[in-house]
Design a protein around this ligand. Structure first.
Ligand code: HEC
Length: 134
């Protein structure tokens, strides 16, 4: 029990810090989605693109939110070329609510999202953004 306590405090602290402000969807996307879906949703080796993807641009917000919250695994999977499953539980419901309009809006237009080749707010230069990323 003594060993678990500091970890619990940390989890509560991080959780509290995240829910304190409005969700920064661009930052969240860069952190939690771009590792698979590629910077700016342009697709990656393990997951389909979100940019110019009809499921995103024309699909119902509710359906997109369900995939973000619950993932898509097993028989529900749609892309045989990507053997990986879409994991569920990556984000909270509030974060999913913020991600849906981000996916349909700024991510498609590039306006207000993470600009091409530029780091998002608070994002450090690295493999996901910066000079090498054009
Ligand atoms: C571990 C890799 C991984 C991560 C991280 C990930 N995804 Fe996915 N995602 C996938 C894969 C693989 C699929 C395709 C599943 C399939 O075959 O239907 C997918 C599918 C999707 C789809 C459906 C796309 C379509 O065309 O039907 C949406 C929406 C989606 N992801 C949103 C997100 C969001 C938002 C995040 C960040 C919170 C995220 N994903 C993080 C791997 C990932």
């Amino acid at each position: 029990m003594k060993r678990i306590f500091p970890v619990l405090v940390l989890v509560i602290f991080i959780g509290g810090a995240e829910s304190a402000g409005a969700v920064d969807a661009a930052r969240l996307y860069a952190d939690k989605c771009a590792p698979c879906h590629g910077p700016g949703g342009r697709g990656g080796p393990s997951a389909p693109p979100h940019k110019r993807n009809a499921f995103i641009t024309e699909g119902s917000p509710e359906e997109i939110k369900q995939v973000i919250m619950n993932g898509r695994q097993g028989a529900e999977k749609k892309y045989p070329d990507f053997p990986l499953a879409m994991p569920g539980g990556l984000v909270t419901e509030a974060q999913a609510d913020a991600l849906v309009p981000y996916l349909k809006g700024p991510l498609q237009t590039g306006k207000g999202g993470v600009p091409r080749g530029r780091c998002g707010p608070g994002e450090h230069r690295g493999p996901r953004c910066g000079r090498g990323m054009r």
